[in-house]
Design a protein around this ligand. Structure first.
Ligand code: HEC
Ligand code: HEC
Length: 292
């Protein structure tokens, strides 16, 4: 090698080291967000390859299958640009311009920051590509026509990102970000109307019509029908271990959210979730609890 190139190489090495480092940081942050966002469950079949396509999600409109989102260029999202990925999570629109079904909780993920969405992409792109085709959804007419989603979007979708609310402190705002956007608690805990949109006046007040037929409890601080008698410590314990204050163990659907998601959060993030939930307006809405 010619000696006069050496300083240039040293210079380039110095330049790329912090860049590589920044990329590693994004991957690590993405790993955390990926767990919190529950991406694994819907995009990985039981016993299947990681993110190569998910289990059946049954809804009143038909059955959805989370697609392959590994970095495989043909069957996954390996060919996607940062803009493609941002648009999918922020706007619920595919690189081809098609609307996504709200079975993909983009209406919650839209609240995330650009930096967090791109960290998720960095993490997903660090995983092994899997060349397996995604399974087609099994939807009844007219739900199988994507343009039919336009009125749903118009009626229910509010594009993010979430703006911090200066009337509240940092912990509340962090909790709002986790509950509303990243961990998308309301996708299950808020009842839906007949168009599959959230009934916002019953936000977090529970439903008998949850995923996989689950009965989803009221998590507003109403003392009788919600969790108003839970302390912040009870919530932390529950979101770490899946155990209710009375010693019962939670059901499968919530256990999965805890096992892959909330148990992996920092204690400060779990505390922020409790701060936000305890500040929600209490809603009296009785949802019959299923005894596990
Ligand atoms: C509740 C289930 C569920 C969760 C949780 C979920 N997804 Fe999905 N996702 C889906 C479904 C279903 C689709 C297909 C939507 C469609 O076809 O309109 C999808 C589509 C996608 C797509 C578009 C893929 C393509 O080929 O067009 C991306 C990207 C994606 N999800 C990323 C994520 C990430 C990242 C997370 C975690 C932050 C996540 N998903 C969490 C169910 C889910
Ligand atoms: C994928 C759907 C889903 C998501 C997402 C989800 N939950 Fe749940 N949650 C459930 C179901 C179902 C139950 C009832 C479990 C059972 O049957 O034992 C439950 C139970 C609970 C309970 C126990 C309440 C009680 O009175 O028994 C709390 C607290 C709770 N969830 C909080 C949360 C929080 C906070 C989040 C977001 C950080 C969240 N959940 C996200 C489905 C979900």
């Amino acid at each position: 090698m010619m000696l006069r190139f050496v300083p240039l190489l040293v210079f380039l090495a110095l330049l790329s080291a912090p860049l590589a480092h920044a990329q590693d940081d994004a991957v690590e942050r993405g790993r955390y967000l990926f767990a919190a966002g529950g991406c694994l469950g819907c995009h990985t079949a039981k016993g299947g390859a990681l993110l190569a396509g998910g289990r059946a999600l049954k809804t009143p409109f038909g059955t959805f299958f989370g697609p392959n989102i590994t970095p495989d260029p043909q069957y996954g999202i390996g060919g996607w640009s940062d803009e493609d990925f941002l648009r999918a999570l922020r706007e619920g629109v595919s690189p081809e311009g098609d609307f996504y079904y709200p079975a993909f909780p983009y209406a919650s993920f839209t609240g995330m920051t650009d930096a967090d969405i791109l960290a998720l992409k960095a993490y997903i792109f660090s995983l092994t590509p899997v060349a397996e085709p995604s399974r087609d959804h099994e939807l009844d007419f007219p739900y199988n026509i994507r343009v039919g989603l336009a009125p749903w979007r118009w009626r229910y979708f509010k594009e993010g990102p979430l703006e911090p609310d200066p009337a509240h402190d940092e912990a509340w705002n962090r909790g709002a970000y986790l509950v509303k956007a990243l961990v998308h608690c309301g996708e299950c805990h808020t009842p839906r109307d007949s168009f599959g949109g959230p009934e916002t006046d019953l936000a977090y007040a529970g439903t008998t019509d949850g995923p996989e037929g689950a009965i989803v409890p009221n998590i507003t601080p109403d003392p009788e029908t919600g969790i108003g008698d839970w302390s912040a410590g009870d919530l932390d314990f529950f979101l770490s271990l899946g155990m209710l204050p009375d010693g019962d163990v939670t059901g499968d659907v919530m256990y999965e959210v805890i096992e892959h998601g909330t148990s992996k959060l920092t204690a400060a993030d779990r505390e922020a979730i409790a701060v936000f939930l305890q500040a929600l307006p209490p809603i009296r809405h009785a949802v019959e609890r299923k005894k596990p």
